[in-house]
Design a protein around this ligand. Structure first.
Ligand code: HEM
Length: 420
């Protein structure tokens, strides 16, 4: 094992939930100190109940290191999992492995099949649905005039879009939303959580996976028998080099879409309202030229808020990076939120500036095989929602501090009061 630099005992512990409960300014200052160290720092993980022991990880906090690891997927592997702690092997056996936790060539094969969901043609088709859903959400908001922005706006759009893409009937949307909540709560479990609570969340998570898999398996079987012009038909009938997506793989893909595409977009939407409330100059800039500015605004919201703060990789061989000798099997965590504030890449990184150009943020992941598959869909959703909001309720603003999710993974907003 290469020599390890440990974080000062009383300084920061990126592996503990206490760190993620600290105010954002303190966390950002801690990451700035870590970026200035001469090499990546090692953090020991606590044991998570019912999950195999995580020994600890090196934190990659600089933009250059995060990009390097993302690009060099042969060395920085996404197997056995791109999250830490990893799911127990029996979950993988029962429910399949999502492609975010796979390396090429298996990953590339699946990605080729499911990319059919995200072709420009399919996205253009889903655009109409996005706009119509955003319009309905704003119709409701104009009647309500105040409330919780997350429940009234941000949580509604992404789930409706993913369900529409998959062809999930409207009557099942509420069931799907409840399952996603259960899965998200479980993904926040860390070593700090007591066994009983961890068990309750694990059971909730398993139940949610079973319900979702049943739902999509039923649909998959129907579409295999009678193909329609929808995504599930395209996925279950796709024939790539003689291979087809199994019903279990379809279930794992649906889980991934829901987990990867729901919370992320919902949190980005809520962060956006908070940012445009705190920065009226940026709101004025956007409103003065919405079409010209919205693209840059969306990129800056994703950079500044980094809805996904980290993903993990595992070393496949001994390797040297930024002064650290890694050994095969070592874990590294790519801190996207820290890379997005790297002062060597972004001028005034703590300033929210929708005119920032270039903006090479890694909010959708680093360049490489796992770059977010839904990035263009998320961009369309954010642009459509803000267009409806800022044209029909231009005075909308957050009226209090956001209630934040306690998590080192999702930069989540649970509630955000607003009025128009
Ligand atoms: C603002 C919104 C979003 C953010 C910030 C985000 C962020 C990310 C990040 C950081 C990754 C990289 C994973 C890694 O490093 O291993 C990723 C992957 C992925 N995202 Fe997104 N995402 C967003 C929206 C979406 C949406 C809307 C969908 C689909 C409905 C989606 C589907 C996926 C999938 C399938 C992957 C896995 C790609 C692979 O492993 O090849 N994401 N996302």
């Amino acid at each position: 094992m290469g020599a390890r630099t440990r974080a000062d005992e009383h300084d920061v512990d990126l592996a503990g939930l206490e760190f993620w409960a600290r105010p954002a300014e303190e966390r950002l200052a801690a990451f700035a100190r870590l970026r200035s160290r001469d090499r990546p720092v090692f953090f020991k993980e606590r044991r998570v109940p019912f999950v195999r022991d995580g020994r600890g990880f090196y934190a990659l906090v600089r933009h250059a290191d995060v990009v390097h690891a993302g690009r060099n997927a042969k060395v920085f592997s996404s197997e056995p999992a791109a999250t830490s702690p990893e799911p127990p092997p029996w979950i993988v056996l029962l429910f399949g492995r999502p492609m975010v936790n796979m390396d090429d060539p298996r990953h590339a094969r699946l990605r080729r099949i499911v990319s059919r969901a995200f072709t420009p043609r399919r996205l253009a088709r889903i655009d109409e649905h996005i706009t119509a859903t955003a319009r309905t959400i704003v119709d409701d908001l104009l009647e309500r005039r105040s409330g919780d922005f997350v429940a009234d706006v941000a949580a509604r759009l992404p789930i409706a879009v993913i369900c529409a893409m998959m062809g999930i009937p409207e009557r099942d949307h509420a069931k799907v939303a409840a399952c996603v909540d259960a899965m998200t709560e479980y993904s926040g479990v860390r070593g700090d959580v007591v066994r009983l609570r961890a068990l309750r969340l694990l059971v909730g998570n398993l139940r949610a996976i079973v319900v979702l898999h049943r739902l999509v398996a039923r649909l998959g079987r129907e579409r295999r028998r009678r193909p329609a012009d929808d995504l599930v038909s395209a996925l279950v009938n796709a024939d790539i080099d003689g291979e087809r997506l199994s019903v279990r793989e379809l279930g794992a893909f649906f889980d991934l879409l829901l987990v990867a595409g729901n919370e992320t977009t919902r949190n980005a939407l809520a962060h956006g309202l908070r940012l445009f409330t705190d920065h009226p100059d940026q709101r004025a800039l956007l409103l003065a030229d919405f079409d010209g500015r919205i693209g840059g605004a969306v990129e800056e919201i994703v950079r500044y808020s980094s809805p996904i703060m980290q993903f993990r990789r595992t070393l496949t061989c001994d390797y040297e990076l930024n002064g650290q000798s890694f050994r095969k099997g070592d874990k590294v965590v790519l801190f996207y939120g820290s890379a997005n504030r790297d002062e060597t890449v972004f001028a005034d990184p703590d300033v929210f500036d929708i005119t920032r150009s270039p903006n090479p943020h890694v909010g959708f992941g680093g360049p490489g095989p796992h770059l977010c598959l839904g990035a263009n869909l998320a961009r369309r959703e954010l642009a459509a929602m803000y267009r409806e909001l800022f044209t029909r309720a231009p005075g909308i603003r957050a009226t209090g501090a956001p209630e934040l999710l306690l998590s080192g993974f999702d930069n989540g907003i649970k509630r955000l009061p607003y009025e128009i």
